[in-house]
Design a binder for this molecule. Structure first.
Ligand SMILES: [Zn+2]
Length: 249
């Protein structure tokens, strides 16, 4: 399966929807950031398509040269492949909350049990436990080749959510997981740890980051002027109104 180049130094290597890199229908988008000397994977899908995205990564670089796989949050479509990534030799980098949930494959904390009951995942799907090798927090940086990779805490969609900021060729790239999407959309779900007040703080702070490129966990990438959509989401939250939701009834 081919890796899909999106930008200088960024490839889509896994997805539940992109026809050229469809690893499993339940997967989020998985991105490879690689500058020729180092890089990271951002998100690992459910694990159901892990062989396919590992092959896509290997098309671009030697996976052993990556600093690791950053897992933005513990939902199964992003974190379920962490065990497979680690088995392939990638260190797992994630928040303390994600580390705690993945250590036991906690299906309550990650809302997998609820999502499976709602039909979002196959009945026999389970979250594979995984060890997190490095716990990341707000403001941490990850050294990978010549890349400047910054971690930003971004709770709201769920607890322990992180986003990844990369400066490359004069542009600021935001790998947003399930925090922000094209068109200033957000992902609000009726789950125990979706917190609108935290979500508002997160998005309002990200709007100050002057993001050029938005690479979300689902849906279309925004390859230029991404700050417009992020700004509209922030403005909505400032008016105490949740922005448009990625998910619909
Ligand atoms: Zn999520």
């Amino acid at each position: 399966m081919p890796a899909v180049p999106l930008l200088d130094s960024v490839w889509l290597v896994g997805s539940g929807t992109h026809p050229d890199v469809l690893t499993d229908p339940h997967d989020c988008h998985c991105y490879l950031v690689w500058d020729g000397t180092g890089g990271v994977l951002v998100d690992t899908g459910t694990g159901l398509g892990a062989d396919a995205w590992l092959a896509a990564v290997a098309e671009v670089c030697d996976p052993a040269r990556l600093a690791g796989a950053v897992v933005t949050h513990y939902h199964a479509d992003h974190a379920g492949g962490a065990a497979a990534a680690r088995a392939a030799g990638l260190p797992i980098l994630a928040s303390a909350e994600t580390a705690a949930a993945l250590a036991t494959g906690d299906e309550t904390r990650t809302s997998l049990a609820a999502a499976r009951a709602a039909g979002v995942y196959p009945p026999d799907y389970r979250l594979s436990p995984a060890t997190v090798d490095r716990v990341l927090g707000d403001g941490d940086t990850v050294d990978a080749g010549g890349l400047r990779i910054e971690i930003v805490a971004a709770p709201g969609h769920c607890d322990g959510h992180l986003v990844v900021l990369v400066r490359r060729a004069g542009r600021t790239i935001l790998l947003s997981g399930d925090c922000l999407f094209a068109g200033g959309r957000v992902s609000i779900q009726a789950i125990h740890d979706c917190r609108l007040d935290r979500y508002a703080e997160t998005v309002i702070a990200l709007a100050d980051r002057e993001v050029d490129v938005l690479l979300p966990g689902h849906g279309d990438p925004v390859l230029r002027d991404a700050r417009a959509g992020i700004g509209s989401a922030a403005e909505s939250f400032r008016r105490l109104v949740p922005p448009p939701n990625l998910l619909s009834a």
